[in-house]
Design a protein around this ligand. Sequence first.
Ligand SMILES: *Cc1c(COP(=O)(O)O)cnc(C)c1O
Length: 466
Amino acid sequence: MRYISTRGEAPALGFEDVLLTGLATDGGLYVPESLPHFSLEEIRSWRGLPYSELAFKIMYPFVDDAIPEDDFRKMLDETYDVFAHNAVAPLVQLDANEWVLELFRGPTLAFKDFALQLLGRLLDYVLEKRNEHAVIMGATSGDTGSAAIEGCRRCEHVDIFILHPHQRVSEVQRRQMTTVPGDNIHNLAIEGNFDDCQRMVKASFGDQSFLGGKARLAAVNSINWARIMAQIVYYFQASLSLGGPDRSMAFSVPTGNFGDIFAGYLAKKMGLPISQLVIATNRNDILHRFMSGNRYEQHQLEHTLSPSMDIMVSSNFERLLFDLHGRDGAAVKLLLENAAKGPVSIEDYRWRHARKLFDSDAVDDKATCETIRQVYDENEYLLDPHTAIGVKAARSCRRDPAVPMITLGTAHPAKFPDAIAEAGLTVKPQLPAHMADLFDREERYTVLGNNLTDVQDFMAKHWKHA
Ligand SMILES: *Cc1c(COP(=O)(O)O)cnc(C)c1O
């Protein structure tokens, strides 16, 4: 499988290089040159497969000759074995034909484990083969950092530096990052906000000379193709559990960077019958505004009860724009260069096509709380604020009650106890057993000023072979 850039200028790469590369050199994102397509008959034959075996069927075409089949199978077995539920992604019923797909049974209690547990293993495998070392650098406002750290804890060829804004992530989120043991894990608390952290990461990718040419920087944010690939699987799994592919499904997806829902769009293109895909955003609603008015425009960042969806632009949306423009990289490049300067629109017929593919809704904090309360009253089932946004959007956008509506449950409610309290519920979400002692574990992190040189000096001194 070869991968091409959405901006049409960077060279095509194979799977290994795509894995190790962040942005393409032309500023674009990598996408597969072509998608595998599965017949209904083939999909039907996968009913009842264990999760990791299904994952193999769906992902191997993207990997193919980069990794021998047996090695990839072993990696998948190890990845999904650490999830705290035999089904890996269990379905919970909320109402007649309405479901939550619980994607938070992994080590850090958010759906990002599905991809990042695998990404750590993939990186280590490829680096070992090449006798190389990578330094991962990432910024986090919460979930990505902990999932990435957890995914890299056993990597021998990777150092990971995660920047988080000092005193601006929740205590559960901070502890999930800072209590993971390992010489290769480095938590940096930056005296600044999330944007400051992200700026430093961006600048460091642009000029990696501070590493002295001895290691390459690798990205773990959702622009990494391998993350998207791993998220396609659970759309198939959920569908197969509810009678697919012989009936179609609807999915509602709490969205920030458009990664998770883009995976659903790909599942559909690969042959899975999906009749509705709902983009569910919080007040940071650039995607909903685009879908409802064909205007792609950055607004100020708003802090909400669903912090993992607090974004101003949606980086993976570029991958959809590429398809909407008939895979014309030059057109996408021009559009996004303009989008960096001000509001942009796309041709009307292209926008209408996007509207056929997706419905959307934006849900504010008040409605988020109401939904948490409502679903708890209905079923004594606790939603985290991100999943609540998905459920709310599912209910407001639903087209056909005969089609199963599945909301992706992106985080465990115990990660966001403040939102549960804000919803007026007195019940306290409990951390699962494997994390019950989180508040007793020793933390390790270094506080640094909001200064790029200090951060880069620290990294240059502290990675393994420095
Ligand atoms: C990251 C995250 C999201 C948003 O996912 P995208 O792939 O960026 O759209 C939603 N909910 C939770 C809990 C997350 O951690």
